[in-house]
Ligand binder design. Structure first.
Ligand SMILES: NC(=O)C1=CN([C@@H]2O[C@H](COP(=O)(O)OP(=O)(O)OC[C@H]3O[C@@H](n4cnc5c(N)ncnc54)[C@H](OP(=O)(O)O)[C@@H]3O)[C@@H](O)[C@H]2O)C=CC1
Ligand SMILES: O=C(O)CCC(=O)C(=O)O
Length: 451
């Protein structure tokens, strides 16, 4: 980056931090995008003149509300919830809901901001949003989760709609939660429309939505490898997380011939040197999707595997790393360890799982680095396809949706290459994803004038 661009980035970030004090995750997400975009904005004064970056980093609105619910002992409990409607320049607001005790406005703003670019990359007409609550579903009964979701929707339903804002799942929000939320939405609005995605298959859900983020991440990884004449087949893969994204990343990587040797949760990671085969994956799905148990049980069941409490999997040698748990999961030291052990491909299944200095280390080492906006866009892409099916009142076959998902991931990869390749043909996927995502949104914002 030129020194002029450098100093513009610092001036811009100074103002942003002043306007959004203490929101570190949001600052981190905006800095990464700003560093990619600033040289382009300086070359194209129309974006600066129209204050596109300033407008893009200010949410259209944030709705904050209290959710009161009753636990199984009859106590009243209260949580805080948010919906950050960030930008609807290219379509209705779209993005997941996160239920986790760590949720703050900063986290939801970083997620909503990233979602604007990700959704643009899919080529589908979706704006960016995110929401959630500091409610902790862990250890709660189904009835408690239901009461929380029903109470949350009493407020949320006023702000969403199939052409306004379409929430979906994220950490702590899966099929169970979406069902409770959708049931209450349907009752309150007296309309059966696709205002949430990730629904059950018997009431408007799309085939392959459950698998889409994990599968899409592996498809993106395969696209990056194919471009250099390689493939994921035969590669050793480390995955973090053991939730929705991680499980289906394990499944697709294994189907394509890779050996996945780690998964994790907030208690630690398991290392299975033999790889997670179909039988072990079935156990993992039952453990996490049905019994909601801890990952340490995997090592109790399969003696070849070891459990490492309170640690992340990045010390285990691998060629491909797929962080699929949460933000800031790969620190600089983890990146150094991965590089020293021969890792040369990283695709982000989670949102912002890699710290900025760790990304820099990967870039310097010419790692094939697929940023979240591109690599995990498969989930929201199939959510977009769910909206299309709902609007058409049709359900497409598994094969049809999976083919469309593969096409969308290939298309996102091609856009990253178009916008991120240098003269020698090396691709900076971070710059590519940011620039390609930005181009479409910025054109729409310019066309609207001062709105
Ligand atoms: N679901 C989707 O379609 C999409 C999800 N994403 C992103 O992918 C990531 C994972 O989401 P998803 O799989 O849906 O969520 P899940 O709730 O299904 O799984 C989350 C996983 O991450 C672990 N985890 C969560 N927080 C922490 C933490 N602070 N430290 C260590 N581990 C943690 C969880 O462990 P534990 O159970 O112990 O908490 C669990 O294994 C998130 O970053 C999400 O934003 C991105 C695109 C789409
Ligand atoms: O499916 C969706 O609408 C949102 C998925 C999501 O939360 C994400 O892409 O981070």
């Amino acid at each position: 980056m030129s020194s002029a661009a450098d100093s513009e980035v610092e001036t811009f970030m100074h103002g942003l931090i002043k306007r959004n004090p203490g929101e570190e995750e949001f600052h981190q997400a905006v800095r990464e995008v700003t560093e990619s975009l600033m040289p382009f904005i300086l070359e194209n004064p129309k974006y600066k003149q129209a204050q596109i970056l300033e407008r893009l980093t200010e949410p259209d609105r944030i709705i904050i509300f209290r959710v009161t619910w009753e636990d199984d002992e009859g106590n009243f409990r209260a949580n805080r919830a948010w919906r950050v409607q960030f930008n609807n320049s290219i379509g209705p607001y779209k993005g997941g809901l996160r239920f986790h005790p760590s949720v703050t406005q900063s986290i939801l703003k970083f997620l909503g901001f990233e979602q604007i670019f990700k959704n643009s990359l899919t080529g589908l007409p979706m704006g960016g949003a995110k929401g959630g609550s500091n409610f902790n579903p862990k250890g709660k009964s189904d009835n408690e989760v239901m009461r929380f979701c029903h109470s949350m929707m009493i407020e949320l339903h006023r702000h969403i709609g199939e052409d306004t804002d379409v929430p979906a799942g994220d950490i702590g929000v899966g099929g169970r939660e979406i069902s409770y939320l959708f049931g209450q939405y349907k009752r309150l609005s007296n309309r059966f429309v696709g205002t949430l995605t990730g629904k059950g298959l018997s009431f408007g859900g799309s085939l392959v939505r459950t698998e889409a983020t994990g599968y899409g991440c592996v498809y993106f990884c395969e696209n990056m490898l194919n471009r250099i004449g390689d493939s994921i087949k035969g590669k050793t893969v480390c995955i973090s997380g053991s939730g929705n994204v991680a499980i289906y990343a394990v499944e697709k990587a294994t189907q394509l011939g890779a050996k996945v040797v780690t998964v994790s949760d907030s208690g630690g990671f398991v290392h299975d040197p033999d790889g997670i085969d179909a039988e072990k994956l079935a156990f993992l799905k039952d453990l996490k999707e049905v019994r909601r148990g801890r990952i340490s049980e995997y090592a109790e069941k399969f003696s070849v595997a070891s459990f490492h409490a309170d640690s992340r999997p990045w010390s285990i040698p691998c060629e491909v790393a797929l962080p699929c748990a949460t933000q800031n999961d790969i620190e600089l030291d983890d990146a150094k360890m991965l590089l020293a052990n021969g890792c040369f491909v990283v695709a982000e299944g989670a949102n912002m799982p890699t710290r900025l200095d760790a990304i820099e280390a990967f870039r310097k080492a010419s790692v094939l680095f697929g940023p979240a906006k591109a690599a995990n866009a498969g989930g929201v892409a199939v959510s977009g396809l769910e909206q299309s099916q709902n609007a058409l009142r049709l359900q497409w076959s598994r094969e049809e949706v999976d083919n469309k998902l593969q096409e969308i991931m290939e298309d996102i990869h091609a856009k990253c290459v178009k916008y991120g390749a240098d003269d020698k043909g090396n691709v900076d996927y971070v710059n590519g994803a940011n620039l390609a995502g930005f181009a479409k949104i910025a054109e729409a914002m310019l066309a609207y004038g001062a709105v």
